[in-house]
Ligand binder design. Structure first.
Ligand SMILES: *Cc1c(COP(=O)(O)O)cnc(C)c1O
Length: 396
C-alpha cells in the first residue's frame, strides 16, 4: 500500500496512477527512482540469513526494489492479495507449472493457448518430468469436467485465447477445479485486469504477460502471477530465486510507467477493435472474423458476463484468397505493422499459415490460414482505411 493509502476501495484509474508509488525518502522526488543495483547492504552479522529467501533485500534475483514497487501497483489492479513479477510472460507460466506440478500429476490445458504453454505442458513436462496432460476445448465447459482425473492438480486456461480467440467460462471452470481439488490458473493477457479479473470469478492464479497491454509500449518484457500469498511465495522461492526468471529493475520501472495509462489505453483498444471487427465482418473479401464483442462469436454471452468493460483489442480473421493472397495483403498495409506480439501502441498483424503445427487443434474456419490482428492506438478511421486500401491493392 502506498503512503497515500491507495487500496482496493479506490477506482481502477486512481489505483493505476498512484499504486506502488511513494515520495523518494532521499531526494523528495515524487517518483520512486530506478535502483540498478545487484546487491543490498548486509547487517553486521549476516550469518542467520537464508540466502534463498525473497523476504528482505539481499540480492536482486531474490527481489529488487523496482520489482516490489511494480508488484504493489499490479496487485491493486487485480484486487489480488499478492503478486510476483518475473522476466517475461513465459517465465510466469513456467513458474506456475514448475511450482505446482510434479511427476505423476495430471494437468488439463486449453487446446488454444500461447505456444509456450502448449510446448511446456504438451511436450517438455511430459517428457522430462512425467507430468500427464489432457488438451481440451475449454470453451466447452462439459469437456473440462469430463477430463478431470483423480490426479488432476491444475487446470490451465487462457481466455480470450491466443491465437483463435476462444472464450472459456472462468466461473464455471473454477467450480470444476474446486470440486476436483485442483488449482485453476487463467492466462489473462488478452484481457488485462481492466477488462477481466479472474480472481474475482474464482480462479486461484492469474498470469499476465506484462510485455503486452500492461506495459503497452512495445519496449519491455515482463510477466506476473497473481493470487493468495502462500501460492505466490511458492513461485517466488521455486521459480524466481531458484530458476532465476527475475525481471531487470529497468524493465520493472518501464512497465510501472506504462501501467499508469492502462485504463485509458484499454478503453481505446476495446473501442477500436469492436469498430474494426464490425467493419471486417461487412466486407465481402473477409471469410470470417473472430472477436468476442461480435454477436456472431460463440463465446459472446460468456464474454459479456466476465468482460464487463470491453472485449480486448485482439481479433482473428481470414480472407477469401489463397496463401499468397494473405501475404500480399500484409505487404500492402501502410499503417498496420507486420510483426508478432500484441497490446502495443501500434497495430500489429501476423499471418498464421495453413501448415501451422497446431492446425489440428484449430476450429474449421482457421484451417485455410488466418491473421491475428492486435488493434493499436492509431485513429480507428486510419486503420480501417489502411485495410480497405490493402485489400484493393492486393487484388482481393
Ligand atoms: C505473449 C504471451 C505470453 C508470453 O509472454 P512473453 O512476455 O512474451 O514471455 C503468454 N500468454 C499470452 C496469452 C501471450 O499473448
Amino acid at each position: 500500500m502506498s503512503r497515500k493509502n491507495i487500496d482496493g476501495t479506490f477506482g481502477f484509474s486512481t489505483r493505476a496512477v498512484h499504486g506502488g508509488n511513494e515520495v523518494d525518502g532521499e531526494t523528495g522526488a515524487i517518483r520512486r527512482p530506478i535502483t540498478m543495483a545487484n546487491s543490498y547492504e548486509l547487517p553486521y552479522d549476516p550469518s542467520d540469513i537464508n540466502w534463498s529467501s525473497s523476504d528482505g533485500s539481499i540480492y536482486t534475483r531474490n527481489g529488487g526494489a523496482n520489482q516490489r514497487y511494480l508488484q504493489e501497483k499490479l496487485a491493486l489492479l487485480h484486487n489480488a492479495p499478492d503478486c510476483v513479477v518475473l522476466a517475461s510472460g513465459v517465465a510466469a507460466l513456467a513458474g506456475v507449472f514448475f511450482s505446482f506440478l510434479k511427476s505423476g500429476d495430471h494437468v488439463i490445458i486449453s487446446d488454444s493457448t500461447y505456444i509456450a504453454a502448449y510446448r511446456l505442458l504438451h511436450e517438455l513436462f511430459p517428457s522430462k518430468f512425467g507430468v500427464e496432460h489432457t488438451l481440451v476445448d475449454s470453451s466447452r465447459t462439459e469437456l473440462v469436467k469430463a477430463a478431470v482425473k483423480k490426479n488432476t492438480k491444475l487446470i490451465h486456461i487462457e481466455t480470450p485465447s491466443n491465437p483463435t480467440i476462444k472464450v472459456s467460462d472462468i466461473a464455471a471452470i473454477a467450480e470444476i477445479a474446486r470440486e476436483a481439488g485442483a488449482l485453476l490458473s487463467v492466462d489473462n493477457t488478452f484481457a488485462s485486469p481492466y477488462d477481466q479479473r479472474p480472481l474475482e470469478l474464482g480462479a486461484d492464479l492469474v498470469v499476465e504477460s506484462l510485455t503486452k497491454y500492461i506495459n503497452g509500449h512495445g519496449d519491455a518484457m515482463g510477466g506476473a502471477v497473481f493470487g493468495e500469498r502462500v501460492f505466490i511465495d511458492r513461485i517466488r522461492s521455486d521459480a524466481m530465486v531458484n530458476l532465476g526468471g527475475t525481471i531487470s529493475p529497468f524493465n520493472a520501472w518501464l512497465i510501472m510507467r506504462g501501467a499508469v495509462t492502462l485504463p485509458l489505453r484499454m478503453r481505446q483498444h476495446n473501442e477500436t477493435a469492436l469498430k474494426v471487427a464490425r467493419f471486417l465482418e461487412a466486407q465481402p473479401q473477409v471469410r470470417f472474423v473472430a472477436y468476442p464483442g461480435l454477436e456472431s462469436h460463440k463465446g459472446h454471452e460468456v464474454a459479456k458476463k466476465q468482460m464487463p468493460a470491453g472485449f480486448g483489442g485482439v481479433l482473428a480473421f481470414g480472407l477469401h484468397t489463397d496463401h499468397d493472397g494473405h501475404n500480399r495483403f500484409v505487404s500492402k498495409l501502410r499503417v498496420l505493422t507486420n510483426a508478432v506480439s500484441l497490446g502495443h501502441d501500434e497495430s500489429l498483424v501476423v499471418f498464421l499459415g495453413e501448415n501451422d503445427e497446431r492446425q489440428y487443434l484449430y476450429p474449421e474456419e482457421f484451417h485455410k490460414g488466418f491473421f491475428r490482428l492486435s488493434l493499436g492506438l492509431e485513429d480507428p478511421e486510419d486503420i480501417i482505411e489502411d485495410i480497405r486500401q490493402a485489400l484493393a491493392a492486393a487484388g482481393i
